[in-house]
Design a protein around this ligand. Sequence first.
Ligand code: PRX
Length: 667
Amino acid sequence: MQRLEVLARQLTAGAAVEDRTPLLATKNDYDTMYKRSIQDPEGFWGEMALGYHWDRKFPARGHMAANTDIRRGPVSIQFFAGGTTNMSYNCLDRWVAAGRGEQAALIWEGNDENERRTVSYRELLAEVNRLSNWLKSRGVKKGDAVTIYLPMVPELPAAMLACARVGAVHSVVFAGFSADSLAQRMVDCNAKVLLTATGVMRGTKPVLLKTIADDAVKLAAKAGQETSSVLCLEVANALAAADTPWNPVRDVWWHAAVPMQSAECEPTWLDSEDRSFLLYTSGSTGKPKGVVHCVGGYMVGVGVSCRYLYDMRPGDVVFTTADCGWITGHSYLAYGPLLCGCSSVIMGGIPTHPDGGRAWRMVERYKVRQFYTAPTLLRSLLQLGDAWPRQSDLSSLRVLASAGEPMNEHAWHWFHEVVGSSRCPVVDTWWQTETGNAMLIPLPCKWFQAKAGSAGVPFFGVCPVVLDPTTGNEICTTEAEGVLALRGVWPGMMRTLHGDHERFESAYFAPYKGYYFTGDGCRRDADGHYWITGRVDDVINVSGHRIGTAEVESALTEHPDCAEAAVIGVDHALKGQAIYAFVTLRGHVQTSDAMRKLLMDHVRKSIGPFAVPEVIHWAPGLPKTRSGKIMRRVLRKIASGEEKELGDISTLAEPGVVDMLIKLRGK
Ligand code: PRX
């Protein structure tokens, strides 16, 4: 990919900032489309899908089938069956053919603000084709898994698109994960090819990705999974190629192997229900789950959501701050904006480096129209003061989006008033890795009365229900509070968990028969708007990163000095939630700060830096019921200093443990 100097001309290639005909101009427009999407999903989505290229069209009727009620047999979902398509074709070739070849597809800035690169649609297509040909040369075929462990550089979306082009199933692993976590994910999906980089600078800190990748390859081999090829991208400023550990039999330099490939590669036409990608996410128990998304449904779900929910149109400049290692990066940085013919801005560094104005200068520089972020980042930016956003011209902004965790009112108002000058709707969307695309949304329409902190109303095809957690019955009154479940199916929905359809059914469809269980609590207000009240299971959300308490517990107990651990989430002003661990050491081991550090380092090595507990609270014993179940409710109260509200602890096997734990708080 070449550096292009003339940004401005490309960025004005489309209708970047002027106003245009709104898509859902009236409430009636939304109501009519929504109603049709629920009453006739097959017809509705069939028509929506016609906005994309299909090499072989699916039939107008009979393409959709679904069962989400485990009492009626296995859970299965299909959309657009009989049709064949390719997501990379729809993201790239279609726009080049439509005369947008010279428009920026990706606009990248590195950790250093002066590192900039723009990749046009034509250039991205050529790079994707070369990479596709390289994958083929290494024997990668349709259905094979490829692991991608790259920092936020244009080559990351290019790698995803190359997999999509040849029908390989990509598994992007966030470049903040440790060697153990990377290896676990490579083994689980049987990936023989790994794409990585020398390293990356995060703020002032270099992260040596290739070294971590090498360790992961070794660990995978120990578990019986051989890696045949590691393609390594040289990332400037992190580690010179000459200093990078190298295995000449297995390792290949990107700059040596990819440019020599042909820039032409016919897309592999895939069945709509062929696998598109795997993305590992945390559940309340056990190891991470490989969420499986399929080609046609994911493409249509994401593309249509970008159009209607974030108003993305060809030529718009979209800036999503998420990393491609998470679903938001997949759907709203990589695939979605490209499916809509937009220019997608990638920030390679951290948004507060070198100062609090970095993200806002990028908005001004590229005339960003849609800015998509997460509450954690907003909280850290707002802490740095109003002067930073005020120093930049943010008048190009039209839509302010956020997802991933609850947004407190303060952050909402700051986003709306300071960043958006009270002109731009704040689109605080609720969704999940599993749902593929945004599900609940405050519509970015003039008529929509958004409320600070509410996730709004359902997207097309989404039928949210509030269930009573004890009876499992639907609460049918408009105002309701309970657990959030979804009835029916939508195209972007995950199809299974890799290698474990049984877990897919038991985690999502067994808790409340006939519904998809989200794991979230919610409230519906008198206007029918939804408010997410947080997870009702043992999943915590730290800075928008989803972590299962069981994963952190198992990392802690892997340490030879740790006898037992119980992990909970506690409120945290910046991160939303922080990890709080109660740890019981083995009999002979003394508690000390050095021991604390050892355990923290162990979690860092086992999962990654973002999973390190904020607090380790020494626990000579844990509050358990007589059947041995840890009472986390009690631990939450102890951690937050609310021991006066412990509630009924009469079922505890050893009630004395509670007093001991209270005494040890802060010790
Ligand atoms: O608890 C909900 C929270 O994030 C979880 C999904 O996390 P993940 O799979 O990483 O997907 C992130 C993609 C947005 C949900 O179960 N969550 C997501 N969006 C919101 C939210 N909580 C409150 N408000 C939201 N807008």
